[in-house]
Ligand binder design. Structure first.
Ligand code: OOG
Ligand code: NI
Length: 301
């Protein structure tokens, strides 16, 4: 199997579970087809996908990234979120038809002793890096790994307790490596829908609820990276002891990347990914994280 076909299998497996679990994905695709923005789901350009991780020994970014480095991704810029106690990197894909990847990590050692001990009561079960035990050339095994529990299923009481200090921690303790979001690339859509204002208007007209933390459009200071996202809907979660509760699942993001000044003279049909704003923006990301936080999710569920 070539590296790219392994990557396609892993990305396909992630997207399949994500679509099953996040009804907004099918809903948005259906609305885009109905209003003629695309002909079929495959016409959507996926700007990036994102994962969340726990920063504890044997896990976190250093563990998960090995899978994607093996599949040809390159680690790029580092971002720090002091208030939310998170670190993140983005990864550039091996070829422009594949999505970028954004991986964040909770700075567990910066949390209160109580919160740390709840997290460790689960993650201490992991005594060696689980990715080292994987055959990274076996795409089916990698797919399986990304959808298996890394640590025991949490109790609902621990989930609630974690959420008091870090809603990110609560999300990860239950959701683990479930895809946190995929991202519709807006700038290559037909005229009339290729700016975020118009695309957001289309989404809201179709009943989708957008994260409004810091405003619905999050813009980088240079103005070239603009992002919006839906609010995560609740999913049924099965906690330890057979308790079922609705908790925040995953969401969908939308990104508009502007053409950089030095390429603005190019005819529209010659503009490719490398001519547009790359990377991410900490100020935008800080607000997008809140798509799974209760201040946002309580607006829809
Ligand atoms: C990631 C939030 C940041 C972006 O594109 O800046 C982000 C998350 O919610 O885990 O997706
Ligand atoms: Ni994102």
């Amino acid at each position: 199997m070539t590296q790219n076909s392994a990557l396609e299998q892993v990305l396909g497996g992630l997207m399949r579970r994500y679509q099953e679990r996040v009804p907004d994905v099918q809903g948005i695709i259906a609305a885009m087809i109905k209003e003629g923005l695309i002909e079929k789901a495959e016409d959507i350009e996926n700007d990036h996908i994102a994962f969340r991780t726990m920063g504890v020994p044997h896990l976190g970014i250093q563990s998960l990234e090995k899978i994607f480095l093996h599949l040809g991704y390159r680690r790029m810029d580092h971002y720090v979120f002091r208030e939310k106690k998170l670190d993140a990197y983005w990864y550039a894909p091996p070829a422009p038809q594949y999505p970028r990847i954004f991986i964040s990590e909770l700075r567990v050692q910066d949390l209160s002793p109580v919160t740390q001990s709840i997290i460790r009561s689960y993650t201490d079960e992991v005594t060696s890096d689980p990715v080292d035990a994987l055959d990274l050339n076996d795409a089916a095994a990698v797919d399986q790994f990304l959808h298996s529990g890394l640590w025991p299923t949490p109790t609902y009481a621990d989930f609630l307790e974690l959420g008091k200090e870090s809603e990110y921690a609560a999300w990860v303790i239950y959701n683990r490596y479930y895809l946190n979001h995929f991202t519709v690339s807006v700038h290559n859509l037909p005229e009339g829908f290729n700016r975020l204002e118009a695309f957001n208007e289309f989404l809201e007209r179709n009943g989708f609820v957008l994260n409004d933390s810091g405003g619905k459009i999050k813009a980088s200071p240079d103005g070239y990276l603009r992002q919006s996202s839906t609010v995560a809907r609740k999913v049924e979660a099965q906690f330890a002891g057979g308790e079922n509760h609705l908790i925040a699942g995953s969401y969908v993001e939308f990104a508009e990347r502007g053409v950089l000044k030095e390429f603005q003279h190019l005819p529209a049909d010659q503009i490719r990914r490398e001519h547009r704003r790359e990377g991410f923006e900490a100020g935008n990301a800080d607000k997008i994280f809140e798509s799974t936080y209760s201040a946002q999710t309580s607006r829809v569920n």
